[in-house]
Write a protein that binds this ligand. Structure first.
Ligand SMILES: Nc1ncnc2c1ncn2[C@@H]1O[C@H](COP(=O)(O)OP(=O)(O)OP(=O)(O)O)[C@@H](O)[C@H]1O
Ligand SMILES: [Mg+2]
Length: 259
């Protein structure tokens, strides 16, 4: 069975794409088949995080009916399957997202979990990504503006019948100037299922164009993503030092699924 899980937030820049990618890397470390899809079609970033800005077929081509959605799937050297969106300005019209619900079921069987990286806010793009998903993970930073906006995203999930699995708090510094985890849970009335520390390795990994869970598997952020993945699939996370793999090839390979 294929489960569709959206990673959403009210406020922008809180760490959705980082979470979508690194949760996916962590889940695949636990042996799960995962695909990440970039549903932020006006300002997509997923391919940029992976150092593959230009691929021949993107989600945009599938939304326009030009290609089957499976033709837009690629394999990253980490083992992740990804469906990027086009970064071209001429493809930035967000109306195309209306077709998402129609084409997503065609990915059934391609992976156990399809993680949908949503656009921020409550606009058309975010709402269609939420509506097309079975479950949602809400990302917030531990500050009042992010949490206030997260509450609106949770309400939107409720309206669309998308089950909120919980909240992931990212860029957590554990200092006196941020909201406590308990406070966040009280405001949002949802459990915090992951706490990702503020970690400079995330910035380094963006520079290296790889998920931090792949470039720095033993960093604090990577370990926190592994704990989040373990929590979601009901497994126990056992800390182990992972050998760093060679980062020799960043180019995505076409998957060429059978339709
Ligand atoms: N745990 C972390 N520690 C430090 N920096 C982080 C962390 N998580 C994310 N960042 C940084 O925050 C910035 C925004 O992250 P990201 O692109 O994942 O956010 P987003 O919510 O997807 O943004 P958008 O709303 O624009 O799609 C990036 O520069 C990223 O490297
Ligand atoms: Mg993003």
């Amino acid at each position: 069975m294929t489960k569709y899980v959206v990673v959403a937030s009210g406020k922008g820049g809180v760490g959705k794409t980082t979470t979508a990618l690194n949760l996916a890397v962590a889940l695949s470390n636990f042996g799960r088949e995962v695909l990440v899809l970039d549903a932020n079609i006006s300002t997509p970033n997923l391919a940029l995080h992976l150092g593959a800005p230009n691929v021949p077929i993107t989600l945009h081509d599938a939304l326009r009916g030009k290609n089957h959605i499976k033709d837009a799937a690629y394999l990253h050297p980490s083992g992740l399957k990804v469906i990027p969106s086009s970064i071209s300005i001429k493809d930035s019209d967000e109306d195309a997202i209306e077709k998402l619900e129609e084409i997503l079921p065609d990915l059934k069987g391609v992976a156990e979990v399809i993680i949908i990286d949503a656009a921020a806010g409550l606009g058309k793009e975010a709402t269609h990504a939420i509506k097309s998903s079975d479950e949602a993970i809400i990302v917030t930073n531990p500050d009042v503006p992010s949490v206030t906006d997260a509450l609106k995203t949770i309400k939107r999930c409720d309206e669309k019948g998308t089950k909120v699995l919980g909240v992931v708090v990212t860029k957590f510094r554990s200092d006196p100037y941020e909201l406590s985890i308990k406070n966040i849970e009280t405001i949002l009335e949802k459990p915090v299922i992951g706490i990702i520390p503020h970690d400079e390795n995330v910035r380094k990994s963006l520079y290296l164009k790889n998920p931090v869970g792949y470039s720095h598997p033993n960093s604090d952020a990577s370990i926190a993503y592994k704990k989040l993945a373990a929590n979601l699939i009901g497994e126990k996370y056992v800390e182990s030092i992972i050998e760093k793999k060679g980062l020799f090839d960043y180019v995505l390979t076409r998957l060429g699924f059978k339709k």
